[in-house]
Design a protein around this ligand. Sequence first.
Ligand code: AHR
Length: 677
Amino acid sequence: MVRTINNLLLTMHIVTKQITLLCLLFSCASAAISGQVAASHSLTVDAAESVAPIQPTMYGIFFEDINFAADGGLYAEMIKNRGFEFTLPKTGWLEPNSDRHSMNENSGMSDIVKVKDDPANQNYLRVTVKNPEGYHLLNEGFRGMGVREGDTYDLSFKAGTGKGDLSAVTFQLLTTDDEVIGETTVSLAGDGWQDYEATLEATATDPAARLRLTFDAPGTANLDMISLFPRDTWKGRNKGLRKDLVQLLYDLEPGFLRFPGGCIVEGRTLARRYQWKKTVGSIEERELLVNRWNTEFDHRLTPDYYQSFGLGFFEYFQLAEDLGAEPMPILSCGIACQFNTGELVPMEELDPYVQDALDLIEFANADTTTAWGKVRADMGHPEPFNMKYIGIGNEQWGPEYIERYKVFDEAIKAAYPDIVIISGSGPFPDGEYFDYGWEQLREMNAEIVDEHYYRSPEWFRENATRYDDYNREGPKVFAGEYAAQSVAIASPENKNNWNCALSEAAYMTGLERNADIVVMTSYAPLMAHADAWQWTPDMIWFDNLESYGTANYYVQKLYANHAGTDLHRVTEAGKPVTGQDGLYASVVSDAGRGEVYVKVANTSDAPRQLDITIKGKSLAAEGTAYTMSGTDMDAVNSFDEPMKVSPVESEVTLRKGKLTATLPAKAFAVYKLQVAK
Ligand code: AHR
């Protein structure tokens, strides 16, 4: 029997080999027929010399609450407008049969009650029920609620009863077809605010469920902070983050987490800037803010987009810690978004802004006897977060920025000389604002300058040498926001297609080759809700139940998972490989892991035969290739095909320190080689 199985396996092995051979012959033949002969390229790697260290921060994450990335996304709250604090306080809440709508005097209705003197809690809902059979309230969630069969959902709310017999509320999860798929009834203790908690078990899966509230008897009830979370969050934290989304971030092994944006830091007006102090402490005390992306683009209006700050600065620091990433908060420098109002805080009124920065460092790093260190400890993290970086301003430009930046720089360095400050060079990768910003920041001995480029795929392929001739004296570079735009910047037609991802992969060899000056990089934006986005392309797409990484995500992941610790020179005929014949290359090694990573992109239409000689390190004979390839440049990943454009793993063999491999047309590969023991 064993022999029969062995024979069978042997036959299968031979057949497989023959099929592989046939495939190889076929692909060679078809390449030859189509004129796609694999041109040979001999690359040489000097693995003995480390040209520069690769900073652990080299590949990181840029997080911004755009595209419902926080509320409705990473922050797992399922109720939209839980505290009735939106500008229209009943946004997200429906009352299909209210007296007000149906003029039916027998059902019931709700009213918003205003509370004075508490900016974070200005409203609550008063429900007046006349006929319990005829009245209910619904919350629509963030384009529905993602509910999964068998999962538990934690409900909490505040309530107090008033006149009448009303003494219980029933909460039901409803499918799109109004079928009940989870239910719990909570008895109310009487008047005066009380906190209540309950759970719902889902009996079916629905991507767009809603929560229905019904009442047991005529009477009144006051309701506030009605909240529903999946129990199964990242690390099982109560009222925590969506597990699948954090997992995608975790898998990137990011070197840093920049938060909370982006333009969201600046606000359209100064009053609407991001103020971190309003995002910490008890959830109920976090003052809601309209999201600046809500009506930014006429083509993607989302007037129901607010920031609850349930994902606030404490949670961002905690997330960075969970991811093993350096936290990198960015703060307002006293200028509102210059694409909007450009409102400026007068210089003599800048102090509170500067104080916000100093207090943030205290919040993150100081001991628990300090005022802000105590706030951190009270929130459950007495140990410091060890924050090393702080960003001042996002995409600001002109003398107004430099003038304000100087004040921050002096104050921060005086109090915390070890904190590294990130400054900005404006929204564009070249031009007047950019040149002026860099010149001024260089003069001031700025430490790290943030550059942004949202450009065409061609731009990315043509600019892989961008940093080769950068001035090495002075500030380092943070390539803080970049993404190839398949149509035009912020066009709603942009796609996360293979053309963009491959162009970014090619470009990133240039970032890596210049790791002595480029010390941080991040793709932007990070996330988008498929039914509620404003900006595309984005690295990760999700709906209320599912999520997937784009082709761009897998390029980032290949780089970040193989970031290495030391940069090595790779050349062809003595020159860096920067797009000649469509080939781009960079090489790093990882001292701790004892590995060498050779990254090669082929943007040409034909395969490339690579002979890569690695000098100065003795390598094991077998290595691994992670290859992304495909000639359909419009190919994208999707909910149905989440891995359509993703790396394929295969073995490679080295002979006498030489790696020979065929890189397909339109491909990006990372060759992982082991240093021999
Ligand atoms: O990533 C989207 C936006 O692009 C960011 O908020 C901003 O910094 C840039 O203009």
